[in-house]
Write a protein that binds this ligand. Structure first.
Ligand SMILES: NC(=O)c1ccc[n+]([C@@H]2O[C@H](COP(=O)([O-])OP(=O)(O)OC[C@H]3O[C@@H](n4cnc5c(N)ncnc54)[C@H](OP(=O)(O)O)[C@@H]3O)[C@@H](O)[C@H]2O)c1
Length: 323
C-alpha cells in the first residue's frame, strides 16, 4: 500500500510517499481502508521534530515505519477475533497512529460509526480539532448559556470548531482572527469578530468568562485583566518555536494553575473519547456544526498540505484524500 513515511526530522520535506506492507489487524485491531485524513498542527510539529522530546520519544519506541497522520475516516475491511463492536463494511471515523496511508490498523475504541449524512472528508476533520473544542469548552470550562466566551485564533482547525461549539452551548462568542478570516468566522455564528492584526483584545476594556486561547500570543497577565474574577482561560496552543514551543505555553499555564489564583489559567489537552466523537458526528449530521475545509490534497501531496498548515494561514481544516 502507499503511505506517507517520515524520514528524519526538520521540515515537511521529510514526509515521503512510500510503498510499504499493508498492516494486519492482529487479534485486537481493526484494519481500515482510509478514505480521508486531516492534518493537525501535531503533524507539523512531528515533521519538524519540535518540541525536542518528540525525536527522543521515537528513538525509544523505534516504530518500524513512521507513518504519519492521526485523524481519519474510512471503511473497515478486516477485524481481529476479539473485536466485537465493528465489522467489515462499516464506515467509521476516528484516529490511528498513521492515517496518511491507504490502510491503517487501529483499535475499536478509537473509532465510531460514521453517520450516512456525514461525508468522509467531514468525518476526517473531527477527531483532534473537534474533540479539543468540545471537551475544552463543555467539560473543562463548563460553558453555560449566555456566558461570554472569547476564542483567540478562531480561523484555524480548532478555532472554527470552537466558535460553533461555544454557540451550540449557548454562549455569546467573541472571535479573534486574522482579517482574511473575519467573514468566515462571522458566518460560523460568532457574535463579534476582532481582527487581531488591527486590534489587541486585551486592550478593549471588555471582560470574558472564558478565554479559549489557541493563538497563545498575549501574556497570561494581560489576558487575566480582561477576565471575570470567576473566569477561566484554557491554554490550547501557541506559536511554534525552536525547542519546546508550543508546549512551553501549556507548561506556563500548568504552573499558573498550580497557584490556583483567580481568574484561573489552565492548560488543556484533549483525550480520545468515543462518545464525544459520536456526539460530534451527530452534530455534523444534524447541521448544528459544519466542518470548515480549507483545501483538499491527494496523498502524494501530504508534505505540501503539512507545509500549508505550518505557515499558519489555513482557514479551517486541511484534508488529505487517500484514494
Ligand atoms: N491542547 C490540545 O489538545 C490541542 C489540540 C489540537 C491543537 N492544539 C494546538 O492548537 C493550535 C492550533 O492547532 P490547529 O490544528 O487548529 O492549527 P491551525 O489550523 O494551523 O491553526 C493555527 C491557529 O493559530 C492562530 N493564530 C495565528 N496567529 C495568531 C494571532 N496573531 N492571534 C491569535 N491567533 C493566531 C490561528 O488563528 P487565525 O487563523 O484566526 O488567525 C489559528 O487558529 C496549535 O498550537 C496546536 O499545537 C492543541
Amino acid at each position: 500500500m502507499k503511505a506517507i513515511v517520515q524520514e528524519g526530522y526538520g521540515s515537511p520535506d521529510t514526509l515521503k510517499l512510500r510503498e510499504i506492507e499493508t498492516p494486519a489487524p492482529g487479534d485486537h485491531g481493526v484494519l481500515v481502508e482510509v478514505h480521508a485524513a486531516s492534518v493537525n498542527a501535531l503533524d507539523w510539529h512531528v515533521a519538524r521534530g519540535v518540541p525536542f522530546f518528540i525525536p527522543l520519544l521515537e528513538a525509544i519506541t523505534a516504530p518500524k515505519h513512521r507513518v504519519r497522520g492521526v485523524d481519519l475516516a474510512g471503511r473497515v475491511t478486516a477485524v481481529g477475533k476479539n473485536v466485537t463492536r465493528l465489522k467489515p463494511g462499516d464506515d467509521v471515523l476516528g484516529s490511528a497512529d498513521g492515517s496518511f496511508a491507504e490502510f491503517t490498523v487501529t483499535t475499536e475504541k478509537r473509532l465510531v460509526l460514521k453517520p450516512a449524512g456525514v461525508t468522509f472528508e467531514q468525518a476526517a476533520t473531527l477527531n483532534v480539532a473537534g474533540l479539543t473544542a468540545l471537551q475544552g469548552l463543555r467539560d473543562r470550562a463548563r460553558v453555560r448559556a449566555a456566558q461570554r466566551v472569547l476564542v483567540n485564533g478562531a480561523g484555524g482547525g480548532v478555532g472554527t470548531f470552537a466558535v460553533q461549539i461555544a454557540k451550540w452551548l449557548g454562549a455569546h462568542v467573541t472571535a479573534v482572527t486574522r482579517a482574511a478570516s473575519v467573514a468566515l468566522v462571522r458566518s460560523l455564528g460568532a457574535d463579534e469578530v476582532i481582527d487581531h492584526d488591527a486590534e489587541d483584545f486585551t486592550r478593549r476594556g471588555e471582560r470574558w468568562d472564558v478565554i479559549f486561547d489557541i493563538g497563545g500570543l498575549q501574556p497570561f497577565s494581560r489576558c487575566r485583566r480582561v477576565m471575570q474574577p470567576e473566569g477561566i482561560l484554557l491554554a490550547i496552543g501557541g506559536p511554534a518555536g525552536r525547542w519546546l514551543a508550543p508546549a512551553d505555553r501549556l507548561l506556563e499555564a500548568l504552573m499558573l494553575s498550580a497557584l490556583s489564583r483567580r481568574p484561573r489559567v489552565v492548560p488543556f489537552v484533549a483525550k480520545s473519547v468515543s462518545e464525544d466523537l459520536a456526539l460530534l458526528a451527530g452534530l455534523v449530521e444534524r447541521g448544528t456544526i459544519t466542518p470548515v475545509i480549507e483545501r483538499r490534497f491527494a496523498l502524494r501531496e501530504t508534505a505540501e498540505a503539512v507545509r500549508l498548515l505550518g505557515a499558519g494561514r489555513a482557514r479551517g481544516k486541511i484534508v488529505i484524500n487517500t484514494r
